[in-house]
Design a protein around this ligand. Structure first.
Ligand code: SAM
Ligand code: DTB
Ligand code: SF4
Length: 359
């Protein structure tokens, strides 16, 4: 990926302009998004990350979408901060399955100073395994951001979640400005930013526009932009919110791609509820990153073999780490994709013809 400081990146998008992008006929929007995508990326490469919850549940924040908030009863089993060895074990597994980035998430408002030495060790250990590192630990002070950057953390995930206008319908325990401040601390410390939001929380089209305008107009656009489709969890205030129209969701991906041409746009949470066709449309609209592995933080994600089959059917390849000098990661996942495909061909041959076997 090229530097997001290059000339063709705009930071002055207006709501009116972005609404006009959204309002185009779907085919025109997708064509425009594909054109932008192809100018900056290999359209058949998808970056593959794996998530791990390193501290689960009992979060003091009241995010209405979140199964980990201590304000709601979702029946989630709480877990203290995992031991460093356990985290490294999971990172090794993710690497063996072909992930190139390992994202560690904690259900914290912010990390406490006593937790910092442990998360620093996690970053160093995961990095030593040859994986890119990402963490999402809540708000950070500039000192904490500095500590993480020094440990070698590549990305910090902190989402704006929605538009400034809709924000207080979703979260009351931290402000939009708190989030922008954390993003600035991450930037000042020299780390890359992963920041996006959630679609399907009952927001209006204007709020989706507002979110994307905020992200695109940050002083430096986030290198990674997760677009989550709400995972509705029983016990959260949003458990019964109306489903988002899949076409509207694809429009959001396409507009994110056009506004942030050099960012990886991640088709993030919610893939478990998307058809293969919807995911294919998302890749066509410019999504080029996914979470891979059966679990997000606490909710299910498609099984690895399903994703491998989907990659194979769509002719997609996992993106290799830019810094990586060997092609070990790519070949690991590519081999797995190939063998998964063969395995399923074999299953098909034996299970589809039971009547033939009788004769
Ligand atoms: N506690 C930290 C924080 O909020 O900054 C980090 C973890 S938090 C789970 C990371 C992000 O996951 C949230 O900002 C939100 O965008 C996303 N998320 C959480 N629950 C979700 C859900 N049910 N559906 C979709 N995305 C969700
Ligand atoms: C992001 O934008 N999505 C991921 C990651 N960043 C940390 C988290 C999705 C969480 C979905 C709900 C759960 O599994 O708890
Ligand atoms: Fe806590 Fe993060 Fe969930 Fe909000 S999204 S309740 S801060 S874990």
């Amino acid at each position: 990926m090229r530097s997001s400081e290059s000339n063709n990146i705009r930071h002055d998008w207006t709501v009116k302009e972005v609404r006009a992008l959204f309002d185009q006929p779907f085919n025109d929007l997708l064509f425009q998004a594909q054109t932008v995508h192809r100018a900056h990326f290999d359209p058949n490469e998808v970056q593959v990350s794996t998530l791990l919850s390193i501290k689960t549940g009992a979060c003091p924040e009241d995010c209405k979408y979140c199964p980990q908030s201590g304000h709601y009863n979702t029946g989630l089993e709480k877990e203290k901060l995992l031991q460093v060895e356990k985290v490294l074990e999971k990172a090794k597994e993710a690497k063996a399955k072909g992930s190139s980035r390992f994202c560690m998430g904690a259900a914290w408002k912010h990390p406490s100073d006593k937790d910092m030495p442990y998360v620093v060790e996690m970053v160093k250990g995961v990095r030593n395994l040859g994986l890119e590192t990402c963490m999402t630990l809540g708000m950070l002070t500039d000192e904490q951001a500095g500590q993480l950057a020094e440990a070698g953390l590549d990305y910090y995930n902190h989402n704006l979640d929605t538009s400034p206008d809709f924000y207080d319908k979703i979260i009351t325990t931290r402000t939009y400005q708190d989030r922008l401040d954390t993003l600035q601390h991450v930037r000042d410390a020299g780390m890359k930013i992963c920041s996006g939001g959630i679609i399907g929380m009952g927001e209006k089209a204007n709020d989706r526009i507002g979110l994307l305008v905020q992200l695109a107009n940050l002083p430096v656009q986030p290198e990674s932009v997760p677009i989550n489709m709400l995972v509705k969890v029983k016990g959260t205030p949003l458990e019964n919110v109306e489903d988002v129209d899949p076409i509207e969701f694809i429009r959001c991906i396409a507009v994110a791609r056009i506004l942030m041409p050099q960012s990886h746009v991640r088709l993030s949470a919610g893939r478990e509820d998307m058809s293969d066709e919807m995911q294919a449309l998302a890749f066509m609209a410019g999504a080029n990153s996914i979470f891979y592995g059966e679990c997000l933080l606490t909710t299910p994600n498609p099984e690895a073999h399903k994703d491998m089959q989907l990659f194979k059917r769509l002719g997609l390849r996992p993106e290799q780490r830019i810094e990586s000098s060997d092609d070990e990661q790519e070949s690991l996942l590519n081999k797995a994709i190939q063998s998964e495909q063969n395995k399923h061909r074999f299953y098909d041959a034996t299970t589809v013809a039971p009547s033939a076997a009788k004769h």
